[in-house]
Design a protein around this ligand. Structure first.
Ligand SMILES: [Zn+2]
Length: 223
């Protein structure tokens, strides 16, 4: 990992496999993907079974593949994993596969990256069951301020992209439990920081040090 003074931006969740020298990027892998043989020192990975990829038939195989992908030492987060009421296998299978991933995260002391579309009740139920010791970060959150406030109260962290950075959500969540991301938008992370600064009233330096500190706290790093 590069020394802290070189790093300005943390892109907490991205599918873009190239990263600038001043950015730490957490690149998302799906279960069964290989960690690239060659990657820069400022690139980290998350690995999970995305609910979109899950079918009734492949659940068992996905679990095995995740164990292989997640064994790599640069896979520092489990996910994206979660609940989606609109896409992918539904019901029990989604819950079982999520619980499997949450248990893996617990056993290995890793935080989770959460994908959740309308499945908030299921997510809360899973959290009550697992009682995680490390944070669960809801990525790409685009809900209301009141939903954000109630999830924040239950201990969830948030990773917001350009479209999620509303003044309403920023007023509802703890800024010490906040990260920023580009996901699959193709935007530059710097641009997401600019939007965050404007919406939250921070200057560039404040925003960069806040997010870096949050990431360090989340990961037990010292960037
Ligand atoms: Zn994603």
């Amino acid at each position: 990992m590069k020394a802290g003074h070189d790093i300005r931006f943390i892109d907490f969740h991205t599918h873009n496999r190239t990263t600038a020298a001043d950015t730490v990027a957490v690149v998302n892998l799906m279960a069964g993907d290989n960690v690239p043989a060659d990657f820069p020192g400022n690139m980290l990975f998350s690995a999970g079974i995305h609910p979109w990829r899950l079918t009734d038939e492949n659940a068992e195989q996905m679990r095995t593949e995740l164990l292989l992908t997640a064994a790599h030492p640069h896979v520092v987060l489990i996910g994206e994993a979660g609940f989606d009421r609109l896409r992918g296998a539904q019901g029990e299978i989604q819950m079982n596969v999520f619980i499997f991933q949450a248990a893996l995260a617990e056993e290995t002391g890793r935080p989770m990256v959460i994908h959740c579309v309308k499945g908030w009740d299921e997510l809360r139920r899973a959290r009550r069951e697992i009682k995680p010791g490390r944070p669960w970060v809801i990525h790409g959150f685009r809900g209301s301020g009141s939903l954000a406030a109630s999830l924040a109260k239950e201990g969830f962290w948030f990773s917001l992209g350009a479209k999620g950075l509303t003044t309403e959500v920023l007023a509802a969540v703890d800024h010490e439990r906040l990260l920023l991301e580009t996901d699959d938008s193709g935007e530059a992370i710097e641009e997401v920081y600019r939007i965050f600064e404007a919406a939250a009233g921070y200057d560039t330096r404040q925003a960069e040090s806040l997010i870096r500190n949050n990431f360090n706290l989340l990961m037990n790093f010292s960037l």
